[in-house]
Design a protein around this ligand. Structure first.
Ligand SMILES: Cc1cc2nc3c(=O)[nH]c(=O)nc-3n(C[C@H](O)[C@H](O)[C@H](O)COP(=O)(O)OP(=O)(O)OC[C@H]3O[C@@H](n4cnc5c(N)ncnc54)[C@H](O)[C@@H]3O)c2cc1C
Length: 408
């Protein structure tokens, strides 16, 4: 960060995902050019919608459409964007170390997002694909395509079997998206569709614990109709290169498949975990203003923060992260202008929709259960709303999701 003018408060934002980007854009909208020296650091020069990574992984959304370059949405006169990997946070020195240089701050916003949590399951780090970034999703697409092509030579059925560890949101969206595309993929490779299989393994009794029994049951029926095999009440105890070992009722079973995807959980960032900031698995417990209890000049938003309402920890979501980002943006602007911040952060849960392919889904919006095309429509509306919040109608028209109806 250029540090020519020491009087101007320096705000350093680490991570340009849902949380960090909303902080940056709120400050950009609110503050004048000389009110703060704002810097956003991210390891890529683009933002992507994590909530659409399952589509990138199956190839139903192109990487080009998924990338939103920061230069298109940030005003360089107000925000300096730096492409760097954050390595260390030194709160006592008010300094952050990145791959090329160090940066000092007066206020720090930590918004470094999540990392897949493998709960120490043997082989899960090494042998599974994760939906953790755009590049990781692209790696998975390539692998699935290659395995299906390989099958025509190897005739190894396991090349056509994709095992998904997890029956939560991420895993179900991915499994359903893949199942809806299997027909096309098999046709391209000249393979009988009935041979390919998607298997989802989950520890709980039912899938999608975020929803009630009724919605979870509807989702189960939809997945079964798509040919997804669901294995519930099963604990994954080991992942190998070509199989997964699960334990059910004390009995172990080996399930074979040459592509294994891990979607069974997330934790906070490694950078946070390795810092001297008090944290639990990379997540910092924050006060009602989303500040660190130890260092009030440090704000934490998104999946790196542990936020509670009435002692219940909120599940990390894009919706929560964006609302935290908005709150911190306003809070910082007020702070800089000497205005009092009177309100604590309050999460407004507007709804959650899980897509089941392009044209189907289940969800809850403003307390009402939805399913089918209406759910798919709402899912697209949520995605487009995010695009609108970062780039207005122009961004929605360029990058938006519009197809939600079946052609028949
Ligand atoms: C496949 C999938 C589907 C999901 N679907 C939904 C959904 O439908 N609805 C929903 O509400 N939530 C969903 N979530 C959860 C949601 O995506 C996260 O809660 C949200 O992305 C968290 O926002 P964030 O700002 O904390 O982190 P992120 O959006 O992950 O942003 C973190 C940013 O920090 C950058 N970064 C990380 N480490 C470094 C580093 N060391 N140096 C520099 N930059 C770094 C990253 O590149 C990224 O830009 C989904 C998650 C996944 C994985």
């Amino acid at each position: 960060m250029t540090q020519e003018n020491k009087q101007i408060p320096r705000i350093l934002i680490l991570g340009g995902g849902y949380g960090g980007l909303r902080v940056a854009l709120t400050l950009q909208e609110t503050l004048g050019e000389n009110e703060a020296q704002i810097t956003l650091i991210n390891k890529h020069d683009y933002h992507y919608q994590t909530t659409l990574l399952h589509k990138v992984a199956i190839g139903t959304l192109s990487a080009r459409k998924a990338r939103i370059y920061y230069r298109k949405i940030l005003n360089p006169r107000k925000i300096t964007f730096i492409k760097e990997k954050v390595l260390e946070i030194h709160p006592t020195e008010k300094r952050v170390i990145c791959s090329r240089s160090g940066y000092c701050y007066d206020y720090l916003v930590v918004a470094l997002g999540f990392k897949p949590e493998t709960f120490g399951v043997k082989g899960a780090d090494k042998f599974t694909y994760k939906l953790s970034s755009l590049n990781a999703a692209l790696k998975l697409t390539k692998n699935i395509e290659n395995k299906f092509k390989d099958y025509t030579l190897t005739q190894d059925y396991n090349d056509l079997r994709v095992i998904v560890c997890g029956t939560g949101f991420t895993s179900i969206e991915f499994a359903a998206e893949l199942a809806t595309q299997l027909g096309d993929l098999c046709e391209i490779c000249g393979i009988n569709r009935d041979v390919a299989q998607v298997i989802c393994i989950g520890r709980s009794e039912r899938i999608l614990p975020v929803f009630d029994d009724k919605l979870a049951d509807i989702a189960t029926q939809k997945l079964l109709k798509l040919g997804v095999k669901l294995i519930t009440n099963a604990k994954v105890v080991e992942c190998k290169e070509n199989s997964v070992i699960v334990e059910r009722d004390g009995i172990q079973e080996e399930i074979f498949g040459n592509t294994i995807v891990w979607g069974a959980g997330v934790r906070g960032s490694d950078v946070v975990q390795n810092s001297s900031l008090q944290n639990k698995r990379g997540r910092i417990n924050v006060d009602p203003s989303l500040r660190s209890f130890e260092y009030p000049e440090i704000f934490v938003v998104g999946d790196c923060a542990e936020v509670k309402s009435k002692d219940v920890i909120h599940a990390p979501t894009a919706q929560l992260s964006a609302q935290m980002g908005d709150y911190v943006g306003v809070y910082l602007a007020n702070l800089l202008r000497g205005k009092k911040n009177e309100k604590d952060f309050k999460f407004i849960h507007r709804g959650t929709v899980c897509s089941i392919g392009h044209t189907d889904g289940v969800g809850v919006v403003f307390g009402k259960n939805l399913q089918g095309e209406l759910a798919a429509f709402m899912k697209n509306t949520i995605e487009n709303r995010w695009l609108f919040s970062i780039g207005g109608f122009k961004m929605v028209f360029r990058k938006g999701q519009f197809r939600y109806r079946t052609s028949n």
